[in-house]
Design a protein around this ligand. Structure first.
Ligand code: GTR
Length: 430
C-alpha cells in the first residue's frame, strides 16, 4: 500500500515539470552531461538485414528491412500493439462559430464498443473558411483538452479530473481555472491562420500516466483468456498512446473537412516518443514531428548522455515493454538504436526538434540520430538533414528530415510551431 502510494506520488511529482525533473537528475552523479565522456559506440546498421545481406534499394528496404526493424522495436523497446480491431462509436458535437467566428470546434467522443464506459475525447479545431479539406496536426496533450485553449466549451476529461484530485491529495482544486493552462504550447491561432487544423486527445484518456499494472486505460480492452497485463514483449503506455493517435486517424478518414492524406502527428517529450512510435507503426501519418523527445524518442540510447535507458526504465517502468529493461546499462546490446526509428518514417517527411537547455533529452544525440536516418532516405533519393554538422541554435536545417535546436528549455514554443508549419507547407503544398 505504502509502496504503491509512494510510486504514484513519485510519478506524479516527476510528471509535474520536466525542468524540475532535469534539475533533480542533474544532481545525480550517474548522469553524464560531458561530451568528452560519451562512450565510444557503434550504431547498428539500418541497411543490413539480419541475415547479413546489405540493403541497396528502396524496394528491399520496404519489403524486408523495414518490417525487420519495426519488429525489433516491438520486441525490445515499445512492445507489440495488439492487432485486434475494436469497433469505435463516434458522438460528435460542434460549434461552427468558435474563436470569434474563425474556427469550427468539433469534439468527438470515441467509444470502444467493447467497453462503453471508456470515452476518448478528440478535440478538433478547423479553420472555418476553408474551401477544401484541410491538412491537420494531431498530438496528444498532458493536461487535458481544456488546457490547450481557454474556450469554455471544451470538455474536461473525467480522467483528468481524477488525476488532478489524486495529485492534490485532498486539497481543494479549481478545475475551471486550468482552462488554457497549456495554451502557450499549442499555437492554435497560428495553425488555423496558416490553413491547418489541429486535433488533440488527453493522453490519460488512453492510459493514465502512472504505473498501475495496466488495469486502467485501454489495455484491458485487449486482454483475452484470463490475461491481466501485457507480456514482456507487449505494449506499455507509449504503445497505448500511439494506438489512440491511430484511432483519431481512423476518425479523420470519415471527416470530409479533413485532408486524410495530410495528417501530421506531433508530440512533445514523452508524447514525442509517442508520435515517433505512432508514425513508425502507422504509415498513414504523412508527417511525423518529435519535439524534445529525448531518451526512447529521437535521442541515441548508446550515447548515454542525459537521461539513460536505465533511468527511464526506473522512473517510468510502464512506458516501454518489460524487455526494454534488459538494456539498462547495457545499451550496446540493443539490436536497434533510435536513428532506426526515425528511418522507419522514410520516405515521409520527419522533423526532430531539440532545445538548447534541454540537455536531459540530449540535443546532440537527437541530431545525430536524425542525421544517421538519412542513409535510408537516400535509398529514395531524398535528402535528410543535409549537413554533417550540428546546426547553430535557431537555424533550422533539412529537407525530408528537418532538424532544429532552439534557444530555451524543454517546452513547445511558437518558434517550434513556426518551423513545423513551414515544413508542412513545403511538403504538403507541393
Ligand atoms: C521526463 C522524462 C523524459 C521526458 C519528460 C516529459 O521526466 O525523463 O523522458 O519524457 O519527462 O515527458 O516531459
Amino acid at each position: 500500500m505504502f509502496r504503491k502510494y509512494y510510486l504514484i506520488s513519485l510519478t506524479v511529482m516527476l510528471a509535474m515539470t520536466c525542468a524540475f525533473v532535469g534539475e533533480v537528475y542533474a544532481q545525480d552523479s550517474d548522469v553524464n552531461y560531458d561530451e568528452s565522456k560519451v562512450p565510444r559506440f557503434e550504431l547498428p546498421d539500418p541497411l543490413l538485414l539480419l541475415d547479413g545481406t546489405k540493403v541497396y534499394d528502396a524496394q528491399t528496404w520496404v519489403g524486408k528491412r523495414r518490417p525487420e526493424i519495426l519488429q525489433l522495436f516491438e520486441e525490445h523497446v515499445y512492445g507489440k500493439t495488439p492487432d485486434d480491431i475494436i469497433p469505435m462509436g463516434y458522438r460528435i458535437s460542434e460549434n461552427r462559430n468558435a474563436l470569434g467566428g474563425k474556427a469550427i470546434l468539433r469534439q468527438i467522443t470515441m467509444t470502444p464498443q467493447n467497453n462503453k464506459d471508456l470515452n476518448i475525447e478528440l478535440l478538433v479545431f478547423l479553420p472555418k473558411n476553408a474551401d477544401k479539406p484541410v491538412p491537420l496536426f494531431i498530438g496528444l496533450n498532458f493536461q487535458g483538452n481544456h488546457a490547450i485553449h481557454p474556450d469554455p466549451s471544451i470538455k474536461i476529461s473525467p480522467v483528468r479530473i481524477a488525476d488532478m484530485k489524486r495529485q492534490a491529495k485532498g486539497k481543494k482544486i479549481d478545475i475551471e481555472a486550468t482552462r488554457g493552462a497549456a495554451a502557450s504550447r499549442w499555437a492554435v491561432d497560428m495553425i488555423l491562420d496558416r490553413g491547418y487544423g489541429l486535433a488533440t486527445i488527453y493522453c490519460g484518456d488512453l492510459d493514465p500516466d502512472y504505473n498501475d499494472g495496466f488495469h486502467d486505460g485501454i489495455h484491458p480492452l485487449f486482454y483475452k483468456d484470463g490475461k491481466t497485463q501485457p507480456g514482456p514483449d507487449e505494449w506499455g503506455t507509449i504503445g497505448a498512446w500511439a494506438w489512440g493517435l491511430s484511432r483519431a486517424l481512423d476518425y479523420f478518414i470519415t471527416d470530409e473537412d479533413v485532408d486524410q492524406n495530410h495528417v501530421a502527428v506531433m508530440g512533445h517529450s514523452r508524447l514525442g516518443k509517442t508520435s515517433l512510435w505512432a508514425g513508425a507503426q502507422d504509415e498513414r501519418f504523412a508527417m511525423v514531428i518529435s519535439n524534445d523527445s529525448g531518451c526512447g524518442g529521437a535521442a541515441l540510447s548508446r550515447r548515454r548522455f542525459g537521461e539513460k535507458v536505465a533511468r527511464i526504465n526506473t522512473s517510468f517502468p510502464h512506458w516501454f515493454c518489460d524487455n526494454f529493461q534488459k538494456y539498462n546499462d547495457n545499451e550496446d546490446q540493443l539490436p536497434v538504436d533510435q536513428h532506426m526509428l526515425i528511418a522507419l518514417m522514410a520516405p515521409r517527411p520527419v522533423y526532430v526538434a531539440s532545445a538548447e537547455d534541454d540537455r536531459w533529452a540530449d540535443p546532440r544525440g537527437e541530431f545525430l540520430s536524425a542525421r544517421s536516418a538519412g542513409r535510408v532516405y537516400r535509398l529514395f533519393e531524398l535528402e535528410g538533414v543535409g549537413t554533417r554538422r550540428m546546426p547553430e541554435v535557431n537555424k533550422p536545417v533539412g529537407d525530408y528530415i528537418g532538424y532544429h535546436i532552439r534557444t530555451g528549455k524543454h517546452d513547445v514554443t511558437d518558434f517550434d510551431w513556426t518551423q513545423y508549419l513551414n515544413f508542412a507547407d513545403k511538403h504538403f503544398k507541393k
